[in-house]
Design a binder for this molecule. Sequence first.
Ligand SMILES: C[S@@+](CC[C@H](N)C(=O)[O-])C[C@H]1O[C@@H](n2cnc3c(N)ncnc32)[C@H](O)[C@@H]1O
Length: 236
Amino acid sequence: MSLMRNWNPRFGDVYFSPDNGLNESRHVFLNGNRLSSRLETALSRGDGEFCIVEAGFGSGLNIYASAVEALRHGTAGRFLSYSVEAHPLTPGQCADLLAPFAHDLPPLESMLERYSMPEPGWNSYALAERGGLSMELELFAGDILDFLADLSRRFAESGRRAHALYLDGHSPRRNPRMWSDGVFSGLAELCAEDCSFATYSASGAVKRGLGKAGFIVRREAGYGEKRHMIRGEYRG
Ligand SMILES: C[S@@+](CC[C@H](N)C(=O)[O-])C[C@H]1O[C@@H](n2cnc3c(N)ncnc32)[C@H](O)[C@@H]1O
């Protein structure tokens, strides 16, 4: 894949690791949230549900890789993902960015066929169904703070809670708006008791901000040239 395609000039940063975005996504977001075993537990009952909230949809790689993991481990229930994107990519741009991973994620193409250019506000996409298992994406086209405020209202009405958080808003140095105290406290409001989080950023400001918002922060080996990443749980 050309580096140009993976480059977001608006923030002077890449969408994902130029080394291998899928391996990075699996290392940081899926394994950081212990996704496989948790999906297996949650999606083996008819009434089971697993809900991911992501800050920064980009090409959708993290969500698609997670949905494929749900297909691999789940037999019944709902896989729900909520994400936000201030500057949505076109379906063609997403397909170009994700093309190198289609071989490793066989259901990816059919999921991408279901993606259309989002309108401002909420957009619903059915990613896949199999037997009693459904996979859904609710994508908010707009700013992170509007997304969090609206999602908090939706969760209060439905009683739904997040089980895993993906913090993927470009480098905090280049995009501090995605890593503010308001974002961390907004995310904390959405958490189920056992909610986990993961991110590639191990910056001091991010660790302190998450700690202040009620998260236990643990440092682990990062992906590729990043020495560290952080993961952890909401302590309520
Ligand atoms: C590192 S990329 C996300 C990569 C993505 N998760 C993927 O799997 O391809 C960060 C994304 O956050 C978006 N973003 C930046 N600032 C934002 C904001 N204030 N609100 C919502 N999205 C924002 C950017 O446009 C960019 O697409």
